[in-house]
Design a protein around this ligand. Structure first.
Ligand SMILES: NC(=O)c1ccc[n+]([C@@H]2O[C@H](COP(=O)([O-])OP(=O)(O)OC[C@H]3O[C@@H](n4cnc5c(N)ncnc54)[C@H](O)[C@@H]3O)[C@@H](O)[C@H]2O)c1
Length: 355
């Protein structure tokens, strides 16, 4: 059982990173400190953690910096005596990787390499340390109607995003085999929950539903994804950094497959329930748009390994979790206003027409 003292979280101002920092600070058995290294790209929102400087002044630090910047990364390791890395920072949106792959190669590959080198230099032969790398089920490629991804499934990435994540997974694994660096990797399915940047399916649909705007659905809406609540994901990472075996990969999923179009209908249903309007007021907004190039048809995760080895399980009641997520977006207009500026607005206008 490891008890991390000084955790470097990269990309902590993003969706999952900010939830993870809140999760850690809320755990009674974690008394260590967290340093959050984030470049604040369009997806990084300091508002997501704005209260922590006051509530946890001794245990939480923010460093504004780029994971590709060798000097900043080295200084962060040294100044904060980092013994654990939880590496979230990435360019994370598949659509953006199709229109502009360069940033994905830089952050996801060069950034991960820069962190690994800093860890290797700082930790040398220490074995009480851990580099945990967060990755995606998209590295495994696309499934037919049956079957699930196992940790042993061969990689077959199809987009610049998933290829860059696959490359970073291989680098992390190679640092374990070549240099003996204690590493773990987790590959998870689609996350949902609070603080998610509204370019991703669920928050985009919730905000458009709230504003009576079109609900863009790719292709025939038949693409299948597994959905994992971000709190369950954070708990799984918590188990891995405490008890995961060095050199291992753990798949994390929600046992919760949905077609995109069915998720959109479920959201319409929940909105109708929450607002008292007729469901048809919402479903009439559904707009099928040209499919994403190379759109993988189905992803499904077998998370039996983490269930067996670490006793982790996802929360089963999807409708209740999704309803709570809808409520969070409806109840937090200030957070939404803080992300709906600048680049996000421009990106939305380019893709779905100025509004
Ligand atoms: N969101 C999901 O459903 C999902 C699913 C599977 C895997 N993942 C993986 O989980 C991780 C976190 O995803 P997310 O949805 O929270 O991402 P996000 O896009 O919400 O946040 C990414 C964060 O990384 C920061 N960042 C980007 N480039 C950086 C750089 N060069 N240096 C420092 N910081 C930088 C951004 O400012 C932002 O705060 C990613 O590695 C992603 O590949 C996410």
């Amino acid at each position: 059982m490891r008890t991390p003292k000084n955790i470097l979280v990269t990309g902590g101002c993003g969706f999952i990173g900010s939830n993870f920092i809140r999760y850690l600070l809320a755990r009674k058995d974690f008394t260590g400190r967290i340093v959050n290294l984030d470049a604040l790209t369009y997806a990084g929102n300091p508002q997501s953690l704005a209260d922590l400087a006051e509530t946890h002044p001794d245990r939480y630090r923010f460093v504004h910096g780029d994971i590709c910047d060798e000097a900043v990364v080295k200084r962060t390791f040294d100044e904060h005596a980092v013994d654990t890395v939880v590496h979230f920072a990435a360019e994370s949106h598949v659509d953006r990787s199709i229109s502009g792959p360069a940033a994905f190669i830089r952050t996801n590959l060069v950034g991960t390499f820069t962190l690994l080198e800093a860890a290797r230099a700082a930790w040398k032969t220490r074995t009480d340390v851990l580099f945990h790398h967060i990755s995606t089920d998209e590295v495994y490629g696309s499934l037919g109607p049956t079957g699930r991804f196992l940790e042993t499934t061969a990689y077959d990435p199809r987009s610049p995003y998933s290829a860059s994540k696959a490359g970073s997974d291989h680098l992390v694994s190679a640092y374990h085999h070549t240099y003996g660096l204690p590493v773990t990797i987790s590959n998870c399915s689609n996350n949902f929950g609070p603080y998610q940047f509204p370019e991703k399916l669920i928050p985009l649909m919730i905000l458009n539903l709230g504003e009576g705007k079109p609900l863009p659905v790719y292709g025939d809406g038949g693409n299948v994804r597994d959905w994992l609540h971000v709190a369950d994901h954070c708990a799984a990472i918590g188990e891995i950094i405490a008890r995961g075996r060095a050199g291992e990969t753990y798949n994390i999923g929600g046992n919760n497959e949905w077609k995109n179009i069915d998720i959109v209908h479920l959201l319409c249903d929940i909105l109708a329930e929450q607002t008292g309007k007729r469901k048809e007021e919402y479903t009439k907004l559904i707009t099928f748009v040209a499919d994403r190039p190379g759109h993988d048809r189905r992803y499904a995760i077998d998370c039996g390994k983490i269930e067996r080895e670490l006793g982790w399980r996802p929360t089963p009641d999807f409708r209740a979790l999704l309803t709570a997520t809808v409520r969070w977006y409806l109840d937090n207009p200030a957070w939404i206003a803080s992300v709906r500026t600048g680049e996000y607005r421009r990106w939305l206008d380019t893709h779905y027409g100025a509004r």
